[in-house]
Ligand binder design. Sequence first.
Ligand SMILES: [Zn+2]
Length: 497
Amino acid sequence: MRVAIGQLWQETNTFNPLRTTREQFEQFGVLRGDEILKRLSETNEVGGMIQSLRSWPERPELVGLVRLPAWPAGPATPDTVAWLLDEMLHALQRAVPVDAVLLALHGALAGEGEPDVEGALLQAVRRLVGPHIPLVATLDLHANITRRIVEVTDALVVYHTAPHIDVFETGQRAAAVLRRILVDGAKPVTAFQKVPAVFPAERANTQDPDSVSHRFRQQLQALEADSAILTAGLATVQPWLDVPELGSAVVVVADGDAARAHAACARLATDVWHHRRDYLPELVPLEEAVRQAYHEADGLVVLSDSADATTSGAPGDSTWVLRELLKYDWPRPALVTLVSPELVADAQRLGVGATLSRPVGGVRDHRFSTPLPVTAEIVRLFEARFVMNGHLARNLPIDMGPSAVLRVGKVCIVVTSRTGPHFAPELFRAAGFDPLAAAVLVAKSPCGFRAAYAPYARRIIVVRAPGCAPSDFWNYEYRHIPRPLWPWDESMEWTPS
Ligand SMILES: [Zn+2]
């Protein structure tokens, strides 16, 4: 029994003007063949798949295809899309015959001219292996599930958590579904319901018992506890994706019982629709948010700058929050990040202890942010390299390249050469800080940061600022999305088909 395993992972933000290229995938770490099995067995979905398959009594032979990861950013160029498909399909061509294919995907990778890269990939994989080989894929909770993705796969296994703390377990769930199909002879039938709604991420916290997302997660887990259901998922798509099939979706895969799958799917889709307004976040205007943070004398205040969230594919060099932080005399460090290879190069040239005087930030995206002149002391040069755990990751190596810390009073600007998780406590530790001892920490993340900080923060404030990943996205211009779509069309009616 031969099972092929591969990964294609990136979340695209079509508002980010910086295109995603092959270089970003190669920089993050492309792995091929056996390297995948050797190096990823403890990491994320692929690790969950590998460990589960290795525990099967049938001892299946695992065949590593290719791992293609890149950090969230702008749309992939056409050459990059072609290269990604080529890499996976050539690897699969070399691997066949196989008895099954397991792919770890994001589900919201868009390219210029191809809004549904995972759909194109899965369709090509299906053509290559034929109609009878089980094809099971995992997806991020923020995937944009298209009809094509559903039609060409046997089962889609979606993360159940946001913050995404179940990525490894999602790989294990996918392997368990495959086992039901391959070993137990289950006959997967998928019910799929697109819900014409797009939700801000801030309140989609499945770990918060007061949140509606928590209840949906419990419903999904209850469905999966039923042996007639192979898997159930709710993908509340990420909003910054101007594509024709944008929308949330429910998928329920049953063993042979189509009516049961459809009933469960329609029930959950209706419930999600009825609770759509529960997802609307309370955003605090920027100036007010920073003023409130300043008046919290003790403990850590986390400011979520979701509009510049690098986890949502924003460029990460917005200066809006930095500008406000610089107006105050903070009692302890105020930590904020910027992506700027030019600024790091300047800091390296001048050296630790020198003073740097120049505009910073606001160049990766010109529409929503502008450069801010600062005079700062260069206090540290370091490599932003660490192993990340928690939201999005289990044992995931991250490398944001040469980096620097600049200080203006107590405001410390952590500058990295490349984008990455600009909320991760591991990043601030690599920069020489104890993030939990700061007066204020700016997390460029809409929700995932809560997994790291919610237990320790005195207060969390979600800031309203301009950017490529805004929470009030319906106020921005979209050209390709289907209409009507909530919340753009606030008063629309809908029932499942
Ligand atoms: Zn996500």
